[in-house]
Design a protein around this ligand. Structure first.
Ligand code: GLN
Length: 456
């Protein structure tokens, strides 16, 4: 813990940690030492981790990367962070992220972007660690902590993991409690671990999951011993390769990475099967209707009354002006765009044309996966991202759709509620990390982690 605290102090330029909690860390570390001495050492005993700023942590600033939550100190602990503390984990601080988890580059954060510790060859250009869990990815990749929590609504664990050469798993929807995690799009949001390797991911995921009556979508299922399931033995397993993920204009390096992954799976004994997920091309448009719709509803609670920031008012301003000024000041441009898109697609005149249609598309995407699993496919291998990490400021905010394309391989998994993992398996010609994604059957994280282990 002390070594990590020191590393964090020396790595301010990465802007990964946005709230430091050394007192909490040292107190938890002393307790962990005592537990170790008593021979009562749970799985994460004494392991220093970082917490994404989206998790409400009792008495510790939890701003979700937004100005509107300035000064908010939660009265309660999120279930996931509490589970980690119960398992002995030590919290070093809160990690940078895109505002309300909306983004793919960490550039929408009120704290300014986190920075990727990797560089392109000798080129000094600062690169994005990805988003929205960019601070988590940067901190783990730079050895500021042993692991970190992330959340994934459309790719926010897997894409930053891919950009920084670490491992990130989004479990099946319902595995981790959403209680105390600031809501973005409630039917898509899931927490998960971001770690240095698959074994760490297995250990940390097990500590994070639990049935929680405080989250109505939490699954009342036993949590398996994920670490014990890691064999990497793929004999008798069928890996599907979906043809729709081979996109026009896909960089050759990604294609090569994918082929190398297929070869690794064959070597480990897997049977490779070509499959089709015909509705894949509609996933991104459906996601960018459903996620903003849910966000516009979830973010209605930030009204300047109950939480955080409130605008200074002029003489004669009423409650409407208070809402308007507070929300105009408190939300950044990307969040405002999502709230406006979401409100539009939910409005009486357009609800059927957009929101309901997107929900139908979502069902078709889910059925695509159900069909291939019914054919005996155990997991699906795809690229994790369409490129390696890009330069900060390179993807112009003038064209948000360009940024949204980052999620092309990851959003289907959230729409279908499935588990997905990004594993670093290679580098591009400039030496930047690149990752493959494995998508698993619902609740089969143990099998998914074991398959990912075969790719390491
Ligand atoms: N980049 C996607 C978005 O902006 C996904 C974000 C996430 O998974 N939280 O919505």
């Amino acid at each position: 813990t002390e070594a990590c605290l020191k590393a964090i102090d020396g790595a301010g330029a990465l802007n990964a940690f946005v709230h430091h909690t050394p007192e909490i860390a040292l107190e938890q570390a002393v307790k962990a030492d005592a537990r170790l001495k008593e021979g009562d050492a749970p799985a994460m005993c004494g392991l220093p981790i970082g917490m994404k700023d989206l998790f409400c942590t009792k008495g510790v600033p939890s701003q979700a990367g937004s100005r509107i939550l300035e000064g908010f100190l939660p009265e309660y602990e999120s279930t996931v962070s509490q589970n980690l503390f119960d398992a002995g984990a030590v919290m070093l601080g809160k990690l940078n992220m895109d505002e309300f988890a909306m983004g793919s580059s960490n550039e929408t954060s009120v704290y300014g972007n986190a920075v990727n510790p990797w560089r392109r060859g000798n080129d000094d250009t600062a690169l994005t660690p990805g988003g929205s869990s960019g601070g988590s990815a940067s901190a783990v990749a730079a050895d500021l902590c042993l692991a970190a929590t992330g959340t994934d609504t459309g790719g926010s664990i897997r894409q930053p993991a891919a950009f920084t050469g670490i491992t990130g798993i989004k479990p099946t929807y319902g595995r981790c409690s959403r209680w105390g995690v600031v809501a973005f799009a409630s039917s898509l949001d899931q927490a998960g671990p971001m770690t240095k390797n698959v074994r760490d991911a297995a250990i940390m995921l097990e500590a994070m999951c639990s049935y929680d009556a405080k989250d109505s979508t939490s699954a009342d299922l036993p949590v398996p011993d994920f670490e014990a399931a890691l064999t990497g033995d793929m004999r008798g397993k069928k890996i599907g390769i979906p043809k729709e993920y081979r996109m026009d204009g896909m960089p050759e390096e990604i294609e090569t990475l994918w082929q190398d992954g297929i070869a690794m799976m064959k070597d480990a004994g897997a049977e490779i099967v070509d499959i089709s997920l015909p509705h894949t091309k509609y996933a991104l448009p459906a996601y960018y209707v459903i996620a903003p719709a849910e966000a516009s509803s979830n973010l209605a609670r930030y009204d300047g009354v109950r939480y955080g920031h409130r605008a200074t008012l002029d003489q004669g301003d009423g409650i409407t002006e208070m809402y308007e000024k507070t929300r105009a000041e408190g939300f950044g441009p990307e969040v405002q765009r999502r709230v406006m898109v979401g409100t539009y697609v939910l409005s009486a005149g357009f609800y059927d044309a957009y929101y309901n249609r997107a929900r139908k598309v979502r069902t078709l995407i889910k059925r695509d996966f159900e069909n291939v699993f019914a054919q005996g496919i155990d997991s699906i291998l795809t690229p994790a991202t369409p490129s390696a990490a890009f330069g900060l400021g390179e993807m112009a905010s003038a064209d948000p759709v360009q940024m949204y394309l980052n999620d092309v391989f990851t959003v289907t998994v959230n729409l279908a509620g499935l588990p997905g993992i990004a594993v670093p398996t290679g580098t591009d010609r400039q030496g930047l990390p690149m990752a493959l994604q494995l998508i698993g059957r619902p609740w089969e994280e143990a099998d998914l982690l074991s398959s990912a282990y075969a790719l390491e």
